[in-house]
Design a protein around this ligand. Sequence first.
Ligand code: XBP
Ligand code: MG
Length: 230
Amino acid sequence: ALQALIFDVDGTLADTERDGHRIAFNQAFVNAGLDWDWSIELYGKLLAVTGGKERMRFYLDTYRPDVRMEDSTIADLHKAKNQYYAQLLERGGIPLRPGVKRLLTAARAANLRLAISTTTTPENVFALLANNIDSNWFEVIAAGDIVPKKKPASDIYDYVLEQMQLPAANCLAFEDSENGLISAMAAGLTTIVTINDYTQNHHFDRAKLVLSDLGEPDRPCQIIQGDTQG
Ligand code: XBP
Ligand code: MG
């Protein structure tokens, strides 16, 4: 029987990328005197690489091959970016996606266990939850560099299952991206995808269900792929 729900954060609990992380990255770049400016379109391409530090390295390798930068400088930029991100969330900048709080509340009422499995930095998860949900609702919050390989590797989901001492067959994962789906499926998890602007053209063939979002009573979700039987 179903015992636990495991949630991705960025793009799944909230649309944090375009108006959150992206803006914060750009603030960190300006503040460091760099002329990098990540447009909405460019950021969509950069999202192919998960992890903020890894994403900056990918940007350098791909678009600025002339620039040499130490890992420690990238780490400093990343810290600054996360501070801007936290400030942005404190101002109440980013709401949860439709249906997220409703599903979490219903799951708790049904005694389902809850966990988080994300590539983002732990502080960013707490910053997002702070304005929205009690972080104690989640038994495990697995995030960032806690595992060696970020999504699409299965590591972060394997870690959550291990911590919860649950077989994948008794859990359901919620994701928004192809990298996230690959990661969850590699850990053996049945996965429901809620798409967003950045991920709507990703391949989700192996997902159990692909939805526009989790919906609200007055604004039902659209089923993009999959059926409601089984
Ligand atoms: C999220 C990420 C993260 C965020 C930025 O992926 O890839 O890198 O974009 O956060 P997922 P950090 O939704 O699959 O977890 O800068 O803290 O990495
Ligand atoms: Mg995501």
